[in-house]
Structures are given as C-alpha cells and as structure tokens.
Design a protein around this ligand. Structure first.
Ligand code: SF4
Length: 919
C-alpha cells in the first residue's frame, strides 16, 4: 500500500517541525506521538478517560499561522488543526507550568520522604520536571489538616494530598460507572467525597480501585500501598477469578506479594480490575493453606501428613490395583478451570494415556458445556465469536441470563458504559440486575422459560419483517445458513400469546425488543449461566445462535454470540480436552482416525469409548462401578447440585484423591489430599472468554510443602511408568508444555511462549503466529450455519415438585465472592459480604410473614437451608434468589439433579422450593 501523500492540508508544526495529523487527535495526543509520552507534563490527564482540562499543566502555546499571535491552551482538550504552530516549551509556557505546580504545592504536604508514593508520584515528577525548587508563598490558606478516612476494608482516602484533578471522580464514572465519588463544595471548599460525604467504607463503592489506580498522588490509595516503590520486582500475570482474564501487575518483595495493580496497556482491561483481581490475593499465604500431602488413616478417620514420595507410592499402587481389578473405566479425573492450560492438558493426558480411559471432565460440565455443544451445532465452534473490544463498535447489546457487573465485572463495567452512552441494551433475566436497571428493555421472565422467550423474539422478527422488511438478513441466510425454511415454518406456527403467558413477559415489550435487536446495524449478544444451567440450556444456546444468524449478526466487528465464561480458564480446560467425548483440540475420541492421532502424540493406544460426564460418574459410583476419582482443584461437595447425592456418591469410592490449596468440603471425603498451588505461584497460560491465550507468570515460589499442579501430575505420570518427555528433566516447565500443547491442539499451532508476549493471542493461532479476533468471517467452521427449532418444555423439576414447592429458587454469584469462595473468603472480601442472603419479593415476604433480617428456612424435595432474608423487588413474585458461597449454608442441599438434556449441565437455575420464617 502506498503511504498517504503529505500535504500542507494534513500538517501541523510541533516546535517548528512539520508533522502529519491524525483525524480526531488533541494537541496532547499529537505531541505524544512525535515527542514521546512524557514530553508535555500533565496532572489531570489519564489517556483512558475523556480530556478534562482541569490542571492546565499541559498548556502549550498555539499560533494559528506562522508568526501569528500565540495563545496558551490546555493541550489535553484542544483539538489539533491543520496549519497550527504548537510551541511545547516556550519560556512563557515553562513559567506558566511552574506557577501552576507551585500553587498546587502550597496546599500539599511536603512530606515526600515518608509518603507511600515517594518515587512514584506524578505530582513529584511534574514538580521536578517543571523545575520547582521552592514554594514561594508563605502561610497560605490550606487543607493540610483534612482528616484521613480509613473506614474501607481496601481503600484509603487522605484528602490533604488531593490536588482536585478529579481523576478519581472521572474514573469512577467513566471506567467503572459507579458514580460514588463527586466533587462537593465550591471554590476553596471543593473536595472529593464518597456518596455525598459518607465514609468511604459506608459508601456504595464496589472497591474496583479505579480511583486509586488513577490518583496522581496518595490522596486515594489502598491498604496494600500498591503505588509504593518498595517492591523488588513486578510480575505481569493474569487474574484467576473469572473469564475476563484481566492482566495484573504483581509487586513482590522477599518472595511475598505486596500488592497488585493492573497494566494500562493491557488489551483486556487497560488498567482496570474488580476487587477480586486487585485486592483479593492474600488467600495465597493464608494459614489454612495445605502444606503437606495427607493420607486418611482408615481406622481413625483422621488425616496424617506423609512425604510426597509416600503419597505418590500410595496413589500409584491403589490406582494400579483398581485398574487391574475393575478396569481403567472404573477410574476417572476431574480437572480444574482454575489451573493453567498446560496443567489441564497434562491432567487429561494422565487419565487417557496413563490410566487408559476417557473418564475426564471439568467444571465446564456444570457451567458452559451447553454453550460449547450448542455453538458447535450451530456454527461448528463452541467459543465466543468476537472480542470484548467490539463493544465499542456495536449498536445494540443483548444480555441473556448473565449478571456481568457481578460475575464478569470488567466486562460488565464496559457494557454499562456503552448503555450509558445511549446504545440499546436488552436484558433477558428473571432478576433485576444492575444492567437490567439500565436496560431499554428488561424482559423479566420466569426462570426456566428461556426457550419460550427466545422463540417469542424470533417470532416477532419473522412476523414484523413481513411488514417492515430489513429486520431479517436474507442475503446472509441464503449465502451462509441452512435449515431456515423449516425453522421459519415452525416459528410461525407458534402461539405467541401462549409463549408470553409462559414467560410472564409483556407481549408488546417483547415485540419492541425484538425489533430493536433486529434493526440495529450491529448487535452483539452475551449470555451466561442463566442460559446454560437449565434443562433446555443447549437448546437456548442454539436459539441465541438463530437470533444472530437471522439478523446477519455474525462474522464482522461489533456483532456475534459471546458466552461470558465463568471461571478464568474454563475455555482452556475444554480446549485442552478435559471432557469425556473430545480430546485436546475437540477431536471426537470415538473416531478411529483421532485415536490414531492421539496414539502418535502420546505414544500409547488411545481409549476408544467416550467417557462418563460428572453426573454419570456419580451414578456409576452409586452403582458400585466407579471406584477411583482424582479431582484437581474443584470443590464438588460444595458446588455441585444436590449435595446429599454428590456426597453419597463420593463416599462409595475406593480411592478419592483431591489436589487442592485449602481443605475443602470435598477434601473431607478424600483418601489422599495433595497440596497444590495458586496462580500466583505458577506459570502457564489461561484462555479467557474471548479465546485469548495469555501468559501466567509465577510471582512467588510455591509455598513451602506445596507443588505446582502441573508438577504433581508429571510426578504421578512418571511414578506410574509413563515418561512425560516434554518436561525438562521431569520438571514442569510452562514454555515446554505449551510447545507440546501446540503440537497436539491444531488451533494452538503457532502459540509459543515468546509469541504470546504481554497481550496474548486469540485462537485459532496459525502456524505463523497470526491470531483470530473474529470467527466465522466468510464461512462457518461447520460450513453453513444451522438453524434449529425447539419448542419450550416445562422443566421436569417444576412438573414433579412445583405443586408441593411453589416458589422457584435461582442461584448466582455476588461481586465479592467467587464460586465456593475458597479463595475470597480468605481475604478481606469476607468483611464486605459475610453470608449468603435469600432475596424474596415483597408480596411473597408478606404472605410468609418474613421481613428483612429474619431467618428464612427454604426447603425442597432434597433438603433445606436457613439464611438471612432480604425483601427486595429485584426478584419477581414467586421467585427467590441466593448465592452458594458459604459452606456453613451449603445451599446446594436444596438444588436438584435435573440437567440439560444434551450435556448434563445441572439445572441450578430452576429449583422448586418453599419458604417459611425460621425465627
Ligand atoms: Fe478481571 Fe474477572 Fe479478575 Fe475481576 S475477577 S479482575 S473482572 S478477571
């Protein structure tokens, strides 16, 4: 391509030098491009936010023509224009900047040597840069006596150090969208306040830390003093809490994590995180950490510490005995989405190549297996079609069964920002979530009626298109899809009034939402566990795919179907083959050709029969056919549904090995417990929800007595006579393991440790290292996209139990905790949210005589739980809601074993219960 011609029409002059303009730039951005990031000093600027022009330190002289009169302007918010002459360092400008900074310093404590940000303070840097040596103004009016606010578990406010640049206020508004901070008062009395003069700890702050991250001084900081320069080193890694995959910068001293910040250049999170990624890390050194292998003494029932060697000997001999006596298919493994790709790959390889069975599964079974299956049926690939950055390019966002501001907070904040900028937001959810409150259309359906809801939307798109052509993208359907005629015939035959009666959603609201989605130039769909964890979960995913295909919203920027993956590496654990029917890279295990492929790669014959899914493993345990299970990093006893069923099944095992970082509910049932490591102590890769393979780098050494999970698997493989050849001298090595993964998984072909760099690569990664931001651009992976039709069917749970237990319980997460909260409960997050709470609609609460703060007992056919009640209109009448973070409550005592018909993903979201006041 030829370079664009440079003419006077696209030039401006920087300190006399002609420089080419870029459309839409400010003078500051223009100058940074040519003169470097730090050439013009700034205080109120944060390039992630809108220009503000508060401090004027970035002032430059500007003349509109050569030798014309100059005027000082703030460069951060003045657009650069053709022919401008910009003087970045004239004597007048230097003097102006110095005066401004000197005035700021008159009201700033000059305690730099003892300040936590000494050496990393933007004010200190700017003062040095503009040449301040002394402050000339004596005894002016100041705010130096402002009191500190340390009421927050994580944040600190010391307004004596505030320079009123408003960066914190803008970060709270423009990055997080929380609007907690404001500039209250006027003139000299102006000051930052949280929720209009509340204590920080009592405010509606969500502890994302965006204010502390951007504050140029130490006016807002955190308890870990994350901006101090005390650390010996910083290590870039990836958060292990959710599928957003935020990049983190971990400060380390003496092999201890001091604090965590977020790199501003990260494509995934640009310096932002939620409180889990930034502040909930102390668990890694918690005294509860397991630090030695344990074997249960069968006589006493107590666990005894043993050496690693003895633990491996015990496990290997028990596994060999069981294999000999009952066959390889009586043994299985459950892998961990909290672990790296390389560790997951090793785990499935151990089960397949060393044990000789396909009985390997992972937590995707209980969360997004319907997404993988459904999207494979519709498109050929079970992964997000687009990237999160596409939110900038879309016109309409539909969020089905997901609460991203709690469960995927950085993506949730981005969706919130787009909605507040006026983009259309449609939310399909039984709960009035934070996004639902902002939505143009909140379709608050009854849990378990997603199929009826999506059919309603598809019905209206088809029918309305007859009156208003253009809602359907016929060209896209003709050229790229199949099964459309059949699908339309069946959709048109539906009774829309009946569907609306089933969902409980107003017909006109549904019609308008359908038209809004279909008429948007670009519409992007997100979905979560509120779609998948249903008996019709896979079907719902395929209907979401229909919605995208019928409107042509696939294969270009700003559109697509984008599952919000739950755990940090749930995408990766499925990619690595931790599922019973497909091996590493999704190759079906029952194909002879694929068995040969894996035999060639692993050097041993491949098991030929598809293995058992987790619920099938429980049934086989209870039937006495399944004898040994190895669980890596998954607390089945707390998180899987129908606890009594799960615990009874696990108790039947002859051998249960649990690899964990804490002694969980599942460990209590184990025969052997092996102490693994957290993400802060290991290297490897995680794959986030947008297929981005990112490097995880160990920040500290594994805690004494523990081993990385990859090392444990390699050790046992070697102990059982299989040489794991890619590992260097028997040592788990992330880069070598990735090399092996890339040689087996076709869509990792070009992924190398070096190429992943800081930003990672989105799979498929071609052999030459090029990656893929958007899937299905020209053709679908399966050839043509396939339309499916499914009619709604009432959940079996409601049919069986709805009469006796008339309320519907639906469960989810809160922002502060993560799944079984094994990690977050061992951080200060447990001071913010201390228990699972039961939400009830005011009508139901009144009928049951329950008030906020009362103890409410709720019960199902399986069991009962008592929780503190909160009366709230976030739930509809007839619906109750809670979380399952606290083992004291064991909420899964009441959930059922009903599951998705295609994938056996449990139906956590539809549980027939009744409630009564307990005190
Ligand atoms: Fe980011 Fe998710 Fe970690 Fe929060 S939990 S920091 S959103 S990856």
């Amino acid at each position: 391509m030829n370079a664009p011609e440079i003419t006077l029409d696209n030039l401006a002059f920087l300190d006399g030098k002609p420089c080419e303009l870029k459309a839409g730039e400010t003078i500051l951005q223009f100058a940074r491009r040519y003169l470097g990031e730090d050439h013009i000093p700034t205080l109120c600027d944060d390039p992630r936010m809108k220009p503000y022009g508060a401090c004027r330190v970035c002032s430059v002289d500007v003349a509109l023509k050569a030798d014309g009169p100059v005027k000082a302007v703030a460069s951060c918010h003045t657009p650069v224009a053709k022919g401008m002459h910009i003087f970045t360092n004239s004597d007048g400008i230097k003097k102006l900047r110095k005066n401004i900074v000197e005035l700021v310093l008159t009201d700033h404590p000059l305690d730099c040597l003892t300040c936590e940000v000494n050496g990393n303070c933007e004010l200190q840097d700017v003062a040095a840069k503009v040449g301040i040596r002394q402050v000339r103004y004596w005894k002016p009016e100041t705010h130096l006596d402002r009191e500190k606010d340390d009421s927050h578990p994580y944040m600190r406010m010391d307004l004596s150090k505030c320079i009123n640049c408003s960066r914190c206020v803008r970060a709270c508004d423009e990055i997080q969208g929380q609007f907690v901070l404001t500039m209250s008062g006027r003139g000299f009395d102006a000051k930052i306040s949280a929720d209009n003069n509340a204590l920080f700890g009592d405010s509606s702050c969500v502890s994302c830390g965006a204010c502390a991250e951007t504050c140029p001084t130490a006016a807002i900081s955190d308890v870990f003093q994350s901006k101090s320069i005390e650390a010996e080193k910083t290590v870039r890694t990836v958060c292990s809490y959710c599928g957003v995959g935020c990049n983190l910068e971990v400060s380390v001293k003496n092999n201890e994590v001091l604090s965590i910040r977020a790199p501003w250049d990260a494509e995934t999170n640009a310096g932002h995180t939620c409180l889990k990624g930034r502040y909930a890390f102390k668990f890694y050194k918690h005294p509860d950490r397991l630090t030695s292998p344990l074997i249960k003494n069968k006589k006493t029932g107590t666990f005894e510490k043993v050496s690693w060697h003895d633990a491996y000997d015990f496990i290997a001999s028990r596994l060999n005995q069981i294999k000999q006596q009952y066959g390889a298919d009586s043994i299985g493994g459950i892998s961990s989405s909290r672990c790296t790709n390389e560790e997951n790959y090793l785990m499935q390889k151990f089960i397949r190549a060393v044990i000789g069975t396909n009985n390997i599964d992972c937590c995707a079974r209980v969360c997004h297996s319907p997404t993988a299956y459904g999207m494979q049926q519709s498109f050929g690939t079970g992964a997000a079609t687009n990237s999160i950055v596409d939110l900038e390019l879309t016109d309409c966002i539909i969020v089905t069964g997901a609460n991203p501001t709690s469960a995927h907070p950085v993506t949730g904040a981005k969706i919130k920002q787009q909605a507040m900028r006026g983009k259309t937001l449609i939310v399909i959810d039984p709960i009035k979530t934070e996004l639902a409150k902002l939505a143009n259309y909140h379709l608050q359906l009854r849990p378990g009626t997603n199929v009826a809801m999506l059919n309603t939307l598809l019905y209206f798109i088809v029918v309305e298109n007859e009156q208003h052509p253009g809602l359907i993208d016929e060209k896209f359907i003709d050229s790229r899809c199949e099964g459309y005629e059949d699908f339309v015939r069946q959709i048109k035959a539906l009774d829309v009034n009946e569907m609306c009666a089933i969902t409980g959603v107003d017909k006109e609201l549904a019609r308008q939402a359908a038209i809004a989605y279909a008429s948007a130039p670009n519409a992007m769909s997100f979905h979560g566990l509120g779609v998948t964890e249903h008996s019709q979960g896979s079907k719902t995913v395929m209907l979401i795919a229909n919605l995208a295909m019928i409107t042509g919203n696939i294969g270009r920027p700003g559109v697509g179907v984008n599952p919000l993956r739950g755990q940090n590496n749930v995408q990766g654990s499925a990619d690595m083959g931790c599922q019973p029917h497909q091996g590493a890279g999704y190759l079906p295990m029952e194909s002879t050709e694929n068995q040969k492929y894996y035999e060639l790669k692993y050097g041993v014959p491949s098991p030929a029969v598809a293995g058992l899914k987790i619920p099938q493993m429980y049934d086989a345990m209870l039937a006495g056919k399944f004898k040994a299970l190895w669980i890596m990093g998954e607390d089945l006893a707390q998180t899987d549904p129908n606890t009594h069923h799960v615990v009874s099944a696990l108790k039947q095992l002859d051998l249960l090995v649990v690899q964990e970082i804490f002694f969980t509910e599942t460990c209590k049932l184990a025969d052997v417990v092996l102490p693994g490591t957290s993400f802060l102590e290991k290297s490897g890769t995680f794959t986030n929800g947008e297929r981005r393979i990112q490097r995880v780098n160990a920040a500290v050494e594994p805690q004494t007595g523990t081993k990385t999970d990859g090392q444990i698997i390699i050790d046992i493989m070697n102990h059982m006579g299989y040489t794991q050849s890619q590992a260097q001298a028997g040592k788990y090595d992330a880069a070598s393991m990735l090399q092996e993964v890339a040689s087996v998984v076709p869509f990792f072909a070009g992924a190398t440790w070096e190429r992943l760099g800081d930003q990672g690569l989105q799979w498929p990664v071609n052999a030459d290292g090029t990656d893929t931001k958007i899937l299905h651009t020209d053709t679908f992976k399966r050839g043509r996209g396939k339309f499916h039709f499914f009619d709604w069917k009432e959940s079996h749970e409601i049919e069986l139990n709805g009469k006796d237990f008339p309320l519907i319980l639906t469960t989810s997460r809160v922002l502060q905790h993560y799944n079984a909260a094994t990690m977050t409960r061992r951080t200060a997050n447990s001071e913010i949210i201390t228990e699972d709470i039961l939400l009830l609609n005011p009508n139901d609460a009144k009928a049951k005589n329950i008030k906020t703060g009362d103890k409410a007992r709720f019960f199902s056919r399986r069991g009962e739980v008592t929780l503190t009640a909160e009366v709230s209109d976030k739930v509809k009448p007839g619906i109750v809601f809670t979380t399952f973070h606290f083992p004291e409550h064991m909420v899964n005592n009441v959930t059922s074993s009903e599951c998705d018909t295609e994938t056996m993903c449990p139906e956590y979201k539809v549980v027939s219960v009744d409630v009564e006041r307990a005190s």
